[in-house]
Design a protein around this ligand. Structure first.
Ligand SMILES: [Zn+2]
Length: 347
């Protein structure tokens, strides 16, 4: 798998350790098939580089959307997702962190079900191990989960109907069927975000709701930390959306935007803590996150005392940065964003 002469594809020794450095900020013209997924612009600035790989992050000069350039091959894409990405047996994190993630998830379930009729139909795009889908199924909703890999859905609630396909566009998803479609931190991973959103809209009943969440490339965190920003997650994130670009994508599908949210207790305070650590300790990129993960690599040489130590550091850091995360949300510059949109009832 060697695509450009003597440059090797990326190897990812630890999932989140990929270094990112500032690019040369030179202007580049892309070919038609690598134009901006939001505005079709072809002029890009080289914003960042992924050392020891052939990849760059290029920002569209027109709308600011970032993209991994060049586009990875299917083999490279598969190599970005070794099985630990989703966690073993449905657990991505260490036990303490997993409990916290699930507790916070209960708030998310309340948000998602606020407008949902009892027993309503939900499509969770990129359901993974079921962090979103399982609580909804447990609450009695009729949930379908879409994934590209059967390995990824281990541990998901038994009542979730699973669809596996190469992309949402190719999946056997019924049209005008769902009351709610959720695309939670998935759009930035797919090769064609516009087509994915269009497919999601077709699946919605007229009047049905779409919830989409992504990291916010125009956030304070992204602008302040640049290459050290935790939510860049390269090379898995193929696109980096400023909030205005995501709005454009939603509107291009004919969706009405109902709500814009700039606060996520699960994502945004942690983004501040880990990005700050990445800035201060660039060679230890995402080390705190790695320690919180249920990585087999870590189990061998991390005592339970050390695990509790890291978990304590995590909670302390979260409390310290909470005011920053709240301020960013107030100024519509949250590290991650989620939108509630609706397919028009007369569509
Ligand atoms: Zn653009």
């Amino acid at each position: 798998m060697n695509n450009s002469g003597n440059v090797s594809p990326p190897s990812i020794p630890s999932l989140y350790a990929q270094q990112v450095i500032s690019g040369d900020h030179a202007s580049h013209q892309h070919a038609d098939d690598e134009s901006c997924c939001v505005c079709k612009g072809q002029m890009f600035i080289e914003q960042m580089r992924l050392p020891d790989t052939r990849f760059r992050i290029h920002d569209c000069e027109s709308c600011g959307t970032g993209m991994l350039f060049p586009s990875p091959t299917p083999e490279e894409l598969a190599s970005f997702y070794i099985s630990q990405y989703y966690g073993e047996s449905g657990q991505k994190f260490g036990r303490l962190t997993e409990i916290l993630v699930r507790l916070i998830g209960n708030r998310q379930t309340l948000f998602l079900t606020r407008y949902l009729p009892a027993g309503g139909r939900v499509l969770d795009v990129g359901c993974g191990r079921g962090v979103v889908a399982s609580p909804l199924a447990a609450a009695g909703y009729n949930v379908t989960g879409f994934e590209i890999s059967a390995d990824a859905v281990q541990g998901i609630h038994d009542d979730v109907e699973i669809l596996i396909a190469e992309s949402l566009q190719e999946a056997p998803v019924p049209t005008a069927e769902y009351d709610l479609v959720v695309i939670w931190h998935v759009l930035e991973h797919v090769t064609d975000p516009g087509a994915t959103l269009q497919a999601a809209c077709r699946a919605l009943k007229p009047g049905g709701r779409l919830v989409v969440a992504v990291p916010n490339y125009s956030s304070w965190q992204a602008r302040l930390f640049g290459p050290a920003w935790f939510h860049l997650d390269p090379p898995r994130h193929l696109y980096h959306f400023p909030s205005a670009a995501l709005q454009t994508l939603l509107q291009n599908c004919g969706l009405d935007i109902l709500q814009e949210h700039h606060f996520s207790l699960r994502q945004n305070p942690f983004g501040w803590v880990q990005s700050l650590l990445n800035k201060l300790l660039p060679r230890q990129r995402n080390r705190l996150y790695s320690y919180l993960l249920n990585e087999p690599l870590q189990k061998g040489h991390l005592t339970s005392v050390a695990r509790i130590g890291w978990f304590t550091a995590y909670i302390t850091g979260m409390v310290i940065v909470l005011p920053l995360a709240i301020a960013a949300a107030v100024f519509h510059s949250g590290g991650t964003i989620h939108y509630l949109a609706a397919r028009p009832a007369n569509d």
